[in-house]
Design a binder for this molecule. Structure first.
Ligand code: AOF
Ligand code: ZN
Length: 349
């Protein structure tokens, strides 16, 4: 199943709003076919794996990271392909929450196939967060915060310079990560200080480029900012507080931005969901990260830990309230990974 999850990752940035899915056909402990969902609307992972396995699939086991579909959508039902191939057993990580497609497990069992559900369910769900979140909590986006942090907990030096706290590998990885989100966000201060573009600049391009989002409560980002240059091609949403004058909002709109008005972060997130941003990767600054964490609005943290000391500088998670060792929020590390000289920690509450 771990191998199927690894295969599913190849669809990152290409399959949404459909799921990331990987599948394997295994016979006598040998993988005789594998597949993944590579492109939205394209062949499903299970069918690709069955096609690769050919007639050897008869009596074999199929592993899939998601319940095989029982419906005809843009693709024919995987359940029919599995039954036709003579598969004896199906191992599934997660049931499919999509009411149109679900019911596959029941139908496989009715056809006399042994089905085991829940193998590496949490790992597969973590990978498919965007698809699953869309069914469980569509009223607000999935919120991940990504920060590159020094040994002493800073994301920029005392002058505000953050280029580059992390190394080249980590920076390339961030562009890959961006491709899997519906929006990439920063606070207003960071947008100005770092002159951000928030585009995906990597070899593999997302099917739809993520929207750029600036949480700019005080209306700091000038309408002349470079982020608006290509606002026609990749949307820019600016969330301002209600005290920002209407003329400033009009100027931002004139520059190509879509302006949302919200005085609280949770309201801002709801407004983003209404605007079609289903998931957002927040890349700073420290105050926005701290405020989101403090308000319990963060679903996942990608923290890139970097072997550098910045001394006085910009704190990573600014403005958190007092806590003691006993009461401090303590999260689970779900993944650790080397990114060149840096270390990625993926954390969840
Ligand atoms: C995928 N890829 O590998 C699997 C999916 O419109 P369709 O026919 O592509 O069906 C999409 C639904 O099928 C999707 O939302 C999910 O519920 C189910 N399984 N979808 O795109 C796959 N296995
Ligand atoms: Zn299918």
């Amino acid at each position: 199943m771990l191998r199927a999850i690894t295969l599913a990752a190849r669809g990152w940035g290409r399959v949404h709003p459909n799921p990331l899915v990987g599948a394997l056909v295994v016979r006598d402990d040998q993988v005789i076919g594998d597949g993944w969902h590579a492109e939205f609307g394209g062949p499903h992972a299970e069918r690709v794996a069955l096609d690769a396995a050919g007639p050897g699939a008869k009596g074999a086991t199929l592993y899939s990271t998601l319940e095989p579909c029982g419906h005809t959508g843009k693709q024919p039902p995987c359940v029919a392909a599995i039954v036709d191939a003579g598969i004896a057993r199906v191992v599934v990580a997660n049931p499919d929450p999509n009411p149109l497609a679900s019911g596959g497990i029941t139908r496989l069992r009715q056809a006399g196939i042994v089905v085991d559900v829940g193998i590496l369910a949490r790992e597969a769900a973590r990978q498919n967060f965007r698809f699953l979140h869309g069914f469980s909590s569509p009223q607000r986006p999935f919120v991940a915060v990504k920060l590159a942090v020094s040994m002493d907990g800073k994301i920029a030096d005392a002058t505000g310079a953050s280029r580059w706290v992390s190394g080249a590998e980590a920076r390339a990885w961030v562009h890959w990560l961006r491709a899997g989100f519906g929006g990439i966000a920063v606070g207003g201060r960071t947008a100005v200080q770092d002159d951000v573009r928030l585009t995906v600049r990597s070899v593999s391009q997302p099917r739809r480029p993520p929207a750029r989002v600036v949480f700019d409560r005080d209306g700091r980002v000038p309408p002349t900012h470079g982020i608006f240059a290509d606002a026609g091609a990749v949307p820019v949403l600016v969330v301002v507080g209600s005290q920002v004058p209407a003329v400033r909002r009009a100027d931002l709109e004139q520059a190509g931005a879509r302006v949302l008005v919200a005085d609280h972060l949770n309201v801002a997130l709801d407004a983003l969901a209404v605007a079609g941003v289903d998931s957002v990767l927040v890349e700073g600054g420290g105050r926005l990260a701290g405020a989101l964490l403090q308000d319990g609005l963060v679903d996942r943290v990608y923290q890139v830990q970097c072997p550098v000391w910045l001394g006085p500088g910009v704190p990573a998670w600014d403005g958190l309230g007092n806590s003691t060792i006993e009461t401090a929020p303590r999260w689970k590390v779900m993944e650790r990974q080397s990114l060149g000289c840096d270390t990625l920690l993926v954390m969840e509450p």
